[in-house]
Design a protein around this ligand. Structure first.
Ligand code: NOJ
Length: 572
């Protein structure tokens, strides 16, 4: 089926992790005035939307994903006036703001939870409480069920005041809301309305496919997430999403993208296909786990063929995709699927592979989401000791691995590879002290490579990674087929992948005329070695050069090699 055109399908989204983007007051943490001061740089990239990771009031145990008041801004980020100014300043540049909506859980410091602990009505049943006989209350063996949390611990915490356990699928300071209570739905509806009335462009919905717990029975034992079958993508979850769409979202010109955990393609279709009237898009993880086992924690060999296979499944399976390669929970894509050696240096494997990944991402079918720093090719954090890591997930995982007697060197290797702090290091604006991020002590270490890899040095350089992102975003903007055309896999080997974007064969799509004669073929060499093209590949790679990541000025159809980390985008 051909997708219905929509503004949010045509634009690119830029994710900001506010505490690491730009500090304006020297406290070492990024803030909203800092973001406002960088709006011109963001606009220059050619993006249409900014997704802001949470800026609501929060004890910051999970960097804002633990909200204690949905109607105010945390003082570390600024004030509600700052937020209003951000919305209006962004609007002047035709940029919409998307808020992070964290409604599976709140902070335990939220008033609702504090009142629920005291059984104060109407809050008594806002959370998922379970009692146990007092005698067994403190014994681990007698927890209400055997579920395990996303942060690798038990899912239940005993509350002395109430004398019951509460459920937390994440940290114990993030109690889960009880959607079986209609009052909770009403609260959420009000939150959405409040922010949409301020003129925001939509929501990124945190772990949105686990909000409904059908039962609290014991789960099937599993290394990860025992209990998942009782709360992943339940019927009640779909009902809530449909109701929110009908009651609130459909009254505004906005979009939603839901983070959906542990999903397969069928789950994603139910959550996001247009006729379902739930979410507009979902974030899934499959394409980022080609070289990983056990979610993203344990490495295995990468294969371009496997990447193309996974991409194809989702590209062809969903009405519309959210295309992301990085976010605040992942690692840097150039350190992951690329090669970050020579970071900041001209024509290094770092520069080539960062550009190759940009060419790939921006020519896929769906809304591209670029995470702050990705556009300058920022790399994983250069941690040298565990003390530099702040992320609670990494610390919990370390504890668990220690308990399971993993040797220290292996723990370090895997945690360094997977830690969420890899993408949370401060934005590298300049080569100077504090990387132009802050004049104070930054909350998380700054990568030493900022002296060579930074925004300042790339902004006026026509051959920089940043300029390449701009070029790709412009190309997409000007091409109907890159926005809406079909995705077709053409050929893949361990190192090479080739695919095309072609016009959609349908009668009544408004963009058909413009798209009909145009097509693109994209080829990427995922290796640091020049590769010889097979006869079949050479037959496919016919066309005029639209983009090269290595400075080619033309594509010769008798070309027999792709250079190390070379990507070509050909127009046919
Ligand atoms: C997903 C968010 O992206 C992550 O950062 C957070 O820790 C969990 N949800 C819990 O809210």
């Amino acid at each position: 089926m051909s997708p219905q055109p929509a503004w949010w399908k045509e634009g690119v989204v830029y994710q900001i992790y506010p505490r690491s983007f730009q500090d304006s007051n020297g406290d070492g943490k990024g803030d909203i005035p800092g973001i406002i001061s960088r709006l011109d740089e963001i606009a220059a990239l050619g993006v249409r939307v900014i997704w802001l990771s949470p800026v609501y009031k929060s004890p910051q145990i999970d960097n804002g994903y633990d909200i204690s008041d949905y109607y105010s801004i945390d003082p570390i980020f600024g004030t509600m006036e700052d937020m209003d100014r951000l919305i209006s300043e962004a609007k002047k540049r035709n940029i919409g703001i998307v808020m992070d909506l964290v409604i599976n859980h709140t902070s335990d410091e939220h008033q609702w939870f504090q009142k629920s602990r005291r059984r104060e009505d109407p809050y008594t049943d806002y959370y998922i409480w379970q009692g146990l006989p007092a005698s067994s209350a403190q014994s681990k063996k007698n927890l209400p069920n055997n579920w395990t949390s996303f942060f690798m611990e038990d899912c239940w915490e005993y509350d002395d005041l109430r004398g019951e356990y509460y459920l937390h699928l994440f940290h114990k300071k993030q109690p889960d809301l009880n959607y079986k209570n209609p009052l909770v739905y009403d609260e959420v509806k009000n939150i959405l309305q409040f922010w949409l009335d301020k003129g925001i462009a939509g929501f990124r919905c945190d772990v949105i496919n686990v909000i409904w717990k059908t039962s609290l029975a014991d789960g099937k034992k599993s290394i990860m997430l025992t209990g998942l079958e009782h709360y992943k993508c339940q019927e009640g979850n779909h009902d809530i999403l449909q109701k929110l769409r009908k009651d609130v979202l459909s009254n505004y010109d906005c979009f939603t993208v839901g983070e959906a955990v542990m999903i397969n393609l069928d789950d994603a279709k139910l959550l996001s296909n247009a006729d379902r009237q739930e979410l507009d898009m979902v974030f899934y993880f499959d394409h980022l786990e080609v070289d990983r086992r056990f979610a993203r924690f344990i490495p295995k060999q990468f294969s371009a063929a496997q990447l193309l296979h996974r991409l194809t499944k989702w590209q062809q399976g969903l009405d519309w995709n959210a295309i992301y390669f990085e976010n605040h929970d992942q690692t840097r894509i150039v350190s992951h699927y690329g090669d970050d050696s020579g970071a900041g240096e001209r024509d290094s494997h770092w520069e080539r592979s960062a550009k190759l990944l940009a060419a790939l991402q921006i020519t896929l079918r769906g809304t591209p989401f670029v995470y702050q720093g990705q556009e300058i090719g920022m790399t994983n954090f250069d941690f040298s000791s565990f003390n530099q890591i702040k992320d609670i997930e990494t610390h919990n995982l370390n504890r668990l691995m220690k308990k399971l007697c993993f040797p220290a060197w292996l723990r370090w290797k895997w945690l360094k590879l997977s830690s969420r702090d890899n993408t949370r290091t401060p934005f590298q604006w300049t080569a100077g002290e504090g990387a132009g991020f802050s004049t104070g002590q930054s909350w998380l270490g700054i990568n030493a490579n900022h002296t060579k890899l930074n925004y300042e040095s790339q902004k006026n350089d026509a051959d920089s990674v940043l300029s390449f992102y701009k070029k790709m975003i412009n190309l997409r903007r000007s091409s109907e087929v890159l926005k809406y055309g079909e995705f077709k896999p053409l050929l893949a080997t361990k190192k090479l992948l080739i695919y095309s974007r072609e016009s959609v064969q349908t009668e009544n799509s408004s963009y058909k005329e413009a798209a009909s004669s145009e097509a693109y073929i994209i080829a990427c060499n995922f290796s640091g070695k020049r590769i010889k093209l097979s006869g079949e590949a050479r037959v496919l790679l016919q066309g005029t050069l639209a983009v090269s990541n290595i400075g080619r000025t033309q594509w010769n159809t008798s070309q027999t090699f792709l250079e190390a980390w070379e990507a070509v985008v050909l127009r046919v």
